[in-house]
Design a binder for this molecule. Structure first.
Ligand code: PMV
Length: 320
């Protein structure tokens, strides 16, 4: 028997950083899928084979999550939670697979969610989406200590969602289309460091930074309505406002700005960075008449246009 779970990456649309402090964000899943394959074994060992490791990691399942290498830390935290909370008590082979280059679009949350869904199927816990979110987000916090979990929610629910971590509130938004062009800035950055940088700024200037988060939150609420009603002009303006606010948080870069302004100058309705900032991706909202020009101007300033389906299905599991 082999269980395969596959989960998508994500694109943060609006509300980055503020979401860490309990404000809402909007996120859509992207068709960059990662898989976790589990084959049960007769011994009590967990064997993990992943493209990030030259040699498989082999560990007694009772010790999974105990001082793991960085490459397997998230999946081992998930294994440890299934062991400690749901009585997982057997060995298995875990293989992960997916595109080598992820452009900062959520490979680690996708692999982590896929592993959780595969283990859920292995021991038949039958967790619903919300319980799967709680377990997987808990595992992510075990490893990195911070983060809103929006990427975990996106990998589980798929589609486009409105997300707030504290309840958590996870609401699907039904969309016919989302005319975006994604541009990769060419460098990947560590989210944890940028979250810490914003936390330090907030601590130094709470009376300035908290209102920025509150304004971002208002922009997210209005963007949710604009998305639902297909008011792209309004959505574009709100994206630009969000971009200005991320700049004020100190996470924008000159390189991201050049891609963003190239897209706006070519007629995009709005353009902003996506996620923690410091690098990774930006995206632009386009209309059919300007789509090609926006793509070309992003490339003219050295960006890489990434073509991916948006709003794809969340995690799913097959067995053979
Ligand atoms: O850089 P990404 O795509 O991992 O997004 C980070 C988004 C933050 O709001 C900055 C952090 C979080 O966990 O929500």
């Amino acid at each position: 028997m082999r269980i395969t779970a596959s989960a998508p990456g994500k694109l943060m649309l609006m509300g980055e950083h503020a979401v860490v402090y309990g404000y809402p964000c909007l996120v859509t899943s992207v068709g960059l899928r990662y898989a976790a394959m589990i084959t049960p074994s007769d011994d009590a060992m967990v064997r993990i084979e992943t493209g990030q490791l030259d040699v498989p990691r082999v560990v007694p399942f009772a010790q999974a999550g105990n001082a793991p290498p960085r490459e397997t830390a998230f999946v081992e935290a998930v294994i440890a939670r299934f062991r400690d909370e749901h009585g997982l008590s057997q060995g298995f082979l875990l293989q992960t697979d997916g595109p080598e280059v992820s452009y900062g679009l959520g490979s680690s949350s996708a692999v982590t969610v896929a592993t959780a869904a595969a283990l859920d199927a292995l021991i038949e816990t039958q967790l619903d989406k919300r319980a799967l979110f709680d377990l997987t987000y808990g595992a992510v916090l075990d490893v990195q200590g911070s983060g809103s979990g929006y990427d975990v929610a996106s990998a589980i629910y798929g589609g486009t969602i409105y997300f707030r971590k504290d309840v958590p509130e996870i609401e699907p938004i039904s969309l016919v289309s989302l005319p975006l062009v994604i541009g990769y800035s060419g460098s990947k950055v560590g989210t944890v460091g940028l979250v810490a940088q914003v936390a330090a700024l907030r601590e130094a200037y709470p009376d300035l930074i908290n209102p920025i988060f509150a304004t971002m939150s208002d922009a997210v609420e209005q963007a949710r309505e604009a998305l639902t009603s297909g008011d792209w002009a309004a959505l574009g303006r709100l994206m630009n406002i969000n971009q200005g606010l991320t700049d004020a948080l100190g996470v924008n870069t000159g390189r991201l700005s050049s891609l963003i302004y190239a897209a706006r100058d070519a007629g995009a309705l709005g353009a902003k960075l996506s996620g923690a900032g410091g690098g990774d991706c930006m995206f632009a909202l386009t209309e059919p008449g300007v789509n090609q020009a926006v793509r070309e101007s992003i490339e003219d300033v050295g960006g890489q246009v990434i073509d991916l389906p948006l709003g794809v299905q969340g995690v799913h599991v097959t067995q053979d």
